[in-house]
Design a protein around this ligand. Structure first.
Ligand SMILES: *Cc1c(COP(=O)(O)O)cnc(C)c1O
Length: 235
């Protein structure tokens, strides 16, 4: 657990990340307004999350539902919650009270369960389809070859809006491998978008973490998920 609850320290680190996003945008002819910073708060105590919110963060990401249940109710400022990790169907019932975005939709039954929950509350959830671009076996996400049929099926689920794609690059990948991964996700979004599937919008690409978010921005990320560069290393 970190104890970086100091608002001014956090402000400096957050500003540094925002500056680096802005420079990556400038290098690639993009507007920094088109990139959202999601502060990843896994293992970060509530006090530090509140400090980040006080320092101007609006989007927070957790990879476990239980951890969000433990921490989010104590937050004292408005935030937009993003679920970025594996979601088990039996945890779906907690999602509507915690998250507006789910980045990890990779199978139809999960999408159906989410849609039912949000529909029951007359709401919709913004979903990203998680893609396993690199094909590593240990990794969640739909294979590129199955993405189109997943998108088509999830697009039909009530209570869900498909807003784009998410991926995680391979751990320890070289810069050229990272670029290839991110560019593949972008190309997949472009070709899906051209299909014009109902309720499948390819507005967002969630890609890039502390070690590679500048490359991801150069390759088209609209959401970067940054933890340790803001809150310090996780132990
Ligand atoms: C932990 C995590 C991140 C952030 O990782 P950092 O390297 O600390 O920035 C991003 N995305 C997912 C899915 C994560 O689980």
């Amino acid at each position: 657990m970190q104890n970086t609850a100091n608002v001014s320290d956090l402000r400096v680190r957050i500003q540094d990340v925002l500056d680096r996003i802005e420079r990556a945008c400038a290098r690639s002819g993009r507007s920094a307004r088109d990139v959202s910073l999601i502060a990843v708060t896994k293992t970060v105590p509530t006090a530090a999350i509140s400090a980040a919110l006080a320092a101007g963060v609006r989007h927070i990401g957790e990879n476990r539902v239980q951890e969000a249940r433990d921490k989010f109710p104590a937050l004292d400022a408005p935030y937009v919650g993003h679920l970025i990790g594996r979601l088990q169907t039996n945890k779906v019932r907690y999602v509507p009270h915690l998250f507006e975005w789910v980045h990890s939709v990779d199978r139809i039954p999960l999408a159906e369960a989410l849609g039912r929950r949000f529909e029951a509350e007359s709401r919709t959830v913004n979903c990203l389809l998680q893609v396993n671009v690199t094909g590593e076996e240990s990794k969640q996400g739909v294979a590129l070859a199955e993405l189109r049929s997943l998108a088509e099926a999830v697009g039909r689920v009530q209570g869900i809006r498909v807003k784009g794609l998410m991926t995680m690059a391979a751990y320890g990948a070289s810069e050229s491998e990272l670029r290839r991964t991110f560019a593949s996700l972008r190309a997949a979004a472009r070709s899906l978008s051209a299909e014009g599937l109902p309720n499948v919008d390819m507005e967002h690409l969630s890609m890039g973490m502390s070690g590679d978010f500048e490359i991801a921005v150069e390759e088209g990320a609209t959401m970067v998920r940054v933890g340790s560069a803001i809150f310090g290393p996780r132990f």
